[in-house]
Design a protein around this ligand. Sequence first.
Ligand SMILES: Cc1ncc(COP(=O)(O)O)c(C=O)c1O
Length: 409
Amino acid sequence: MGRAIAASVVSADGVTRRFPDVETAMHAADGGCVELEYVYSPDAMPERADPRRGLWRYRGLLPLDPGAVRYPLPVGDTPLLALPALRLAAGIPNLWLKDETRSPTGSNKDRATALVLQHALNLGIETVSCASTGNVAVSLAVGAAAAGKRAVVFVPAGVAEAKLGLMLAAGAVVLRVRGGYREAFRLSEWAAAAFGWCNRNTGVNPFAAEAKKTMAFEIWEQLGRAVPDVLVVPVGDGVTLSAMAKGFRELVACGGAPRMPRLVGVQAEGCQPVKRAWETRLPVRPARASTIADGIAVEAPVCAAAAVRDVRQTGGGFVAVSDAEITEAVHTLATRGGVLAEPAGAAAFAGLRPALIAGLVRASDQVVVLVTGSGLKAPRYLVPARPVIEVPDDREAVRRALGDEAVAR
Ligand SMILES: Cc1ncc(COP(=O)(O)O)c(C=O)c1O
């Protein structure tokens, strides 16, 4: 059973302060990113034969209370895919996709939702709240419905209709805030404190990063307890990236891995405050967001400093991709990989080409790309790869219409 023995706060200016317990760190956080610390030893890692599946397999390195897990949805255990046609298209023979689209609501947010709701179930907390560009809110709405809890979610005015429909369908209380994610985030912070709800906000609640880091543990196990050369990650708030770094750092601290992978963060050209902070070596400055990749359209990222630190420490870097490149990546993942991704979910794959050009990724590297969100929630970006073939109810017409396509291959 994991028990956090200390916690650090990484402030926006990159300064890290360490505290003897989580509560003190949370009180002192003041908008900084809280990171938990455990006792690291080989005992904290799962045994090969441990039959537990999903997220809970890594309980030695998770803030879990004793007792059985009561959260009912299966979370984690997403596949690490080796896709020959995609490898060819990317020009990277040792390319792997960590496919988080197979999660209960089609995004890696389901991991954090599970851990936070498990905590709420244990403590008897009835309401869990969040601010979200879309995916967190869908995930929390569905998870709360499954756990018998109430979800209150704050979303920006421009939230995608398909995602809005899903959170409403699952019975969440949805507040659509006039303004962007930043305004929604601020209001949700206030409301959680004012009304005493459990605040699931990414970057604020350290459980979000704790849950997300299990992707790193799974990748390590799926590669035969090995660390890839490079990990390519989409970056909005920067929590996913710094959580991946934390996961690999903890594997090293436990003696399970000899080194960290290089981390490459991918932002949208239309919203790249974390990449700018990395380039300028200055604290992150809010940016205006204009991109189809709503999940990474984060104007004032909460974990920018930690993400920049992790990219630097691992010898990685950041790249930015245009909406056109993201759209092309959605198409390539669908047609060459059979993976239906939403724009933010495809951003890391889109980042491969600029990362290769910048020398952050080599074609000979073992590269893992995170695909973080499903296209089923953003169908308008899944454009047809071919036209529909209209045919009458007639065999010869089918033969004629198919032409060369009828030849067996
Ligand atoms: C599909 C998708 N990918 C990536 C991200 C970015 O993750 P983070 O905010 O942890 O950087 C998000 C965040 O909402 C997302 O929805």
